[in-house]
Design a protein around this ligand. Structure first.
Ligand code: ADP
Length: 377
């Protein structure tokens, strides 16, 4: 078997555990898998059993050995701005952050705990989805609410998808053949969840997600930005509870709320069938994205590279074209042929001879986590 070191990347969710065995040095995924229905009827009992199942599946491949485990953790709160080795203290700190990420961090913690038990002889490295945005300037990270309340409850903008934004910003710099330190970049991570970031010289200076992943762009099922007054209005007039509002804004909104479907392939199919609701969903989605692009152009004072990534960004040429239509005066012009269709590897899609390079870079969060884990071992 291969001599290149391998890192097991674990993404432990509330009812599922995703894993991938990665060779960071050759950028290869040796194998990957998903254990679903944790704690549900017909599924495995708990995260320990899920990981045991994953390790059983890896067994025949395991001859070269796993040199480290990389764990994806959604919320690093104010403490973590870089990957860390998971010791008891770190696990306790992530546990303490559960109020900031009640849906994600508990399962992330369970994943780390069971993996440390089952693989006690290798280092475990935690990579936070918020870490890349630790550099946000105070002006970008601060909500204009009562300072004491904000400080007591950790209310500030943290940002998410950081591993992807960082990976893509570096890969885009490589693609255009310039040092990341010299570039002003905008990265559009458009998946089911979606966020956009402004990156100056490789350092994040703005991003669209905030305290939670709900802020910012229109997403598959999330509203993105709304007037917070909507929450009071619906609580008072519709008698909706906090939990109902949480479900409304996180799961019944976005494309799903407007068009009834959250997958862009379905949105386009409905538009082709004449659905005005689906057309409006696309229009609202693109309008929001364009507002952010304009804002980040101003935040950066000009941009060198705009990059699309994730399921929508990599596959949907209509979204890419719609997001950047009519921006010739800003030096942003797509080449329709280069932009056409799904993009499977880092590709420049702008026309030659304009100041702004537009690119598509497939994201690879597992590889990014594996590299960061290996770097710490
Ligand atoms: P997640 O946030 O779950 O990681 P992904 O980055 O995998 O999401 O993106 C999933 C989304 O990508 C789908 O909901 C769909 O909207 C979009 N998508 C995937 N394939 C295509 C395609 N061929 N054309 C248009 N959109 C696509």
């Amino acid at each position: 078997m291969g001599k290149s070191p391998r890192v097991l990347v674990v993404n432990s969710g509330s009812s599922s555990l995703k894993y991938q065995l990665v060779e960071p040095e050759t950028a290869t995924a040796v194998t990957s898998g998903l254990v679903e229905r944790i704690g549900e009827p017909g599924g495995v009992a708990d995260h320990g059993e899920a990981l045991r199942e994953a390790l059983d599946a890896l067994e025949p491949l395991d001859e070269a050995g796993i040199v480290a485990v990389g764990h994806r953790v959604v919320h690093g709160g104010p403490d973590f701005g870089a990957p860390v080795l998971a010791d008891d203290e770190v696990v306790a700190k992530i546990h303490a952050l559960i109020p900031l990420a009640p849906l994600h961090n508990p399962a992330n913690v369970r994943g780390i705990e069971v993996a440390r038990e089952l693989l006690p002889d290798v280092p475990h490295v935690v990579v936070f989805d918020t870490a890349f945005f630790h550099t946000l300037p105070e002006a970008a990270a601060t909500y204009a609410i009562d300072t004491e309340v904000a400080q007591e409850h950790g209310v500030r903008r943290y940002g998410f998808h950081g591993t992807s934004h960082q990976f893509v910003a570096h890969a885009a710099a490589e693609l255009v053949g310039r040092p990341v330190e010299e570039l002003n970049q905008i990265v559009c991570h458009l998946g089911n969840g979606a966020s956009v970031s402004a990156v100056r010289g490789g350092v994040a200076v703005e991003t669209s997600m905030g305290l939670t992943p709900l802020e910012g762009l229109v997403m598959g099922t999330r509203s993105g930005d709304i007037d917070a007054g909507i929450v009071f209005h619906l609580a008072r007039t519709a008698g909706m509870s906090i939990d109902e509002l949480d479900v409304l804004l996180n799961r019944r909104s976005g494309l799903k709320g407007l068009a009834g479907v959250n997958d862009f392939r379905e949105v386009h199919r409905l538009i082709a069938e004449g659905s005005q609701a689906a057309q409006l969903a696309l229009d609202v989605y693109l309008h929001r994205l364009r507002k952010y692009l304009g804002a980040y152009l101003a935040v950066l004072g000009g941009v060198d590279v705009i990059t699309f990534t994730a399921g929508v960004g990599e596959n949907d040429d209509a979204v890419r074209a719609g997001a950047l239509a009519g921006l010739e005066r800003l030096g942003i012009v797509l080449d329709p042929e280069r932009n056409a269709g799904r993009v499977k590897e880092p590709t420049i899609i702008s026309a030659d001879g304009y100041p702004v390079t537009v690119a598509v870079v497939p994201t690879n969060e597992e590889l990014a986590i594996a590299r960061q884990a290996l770097a710490l071992t």
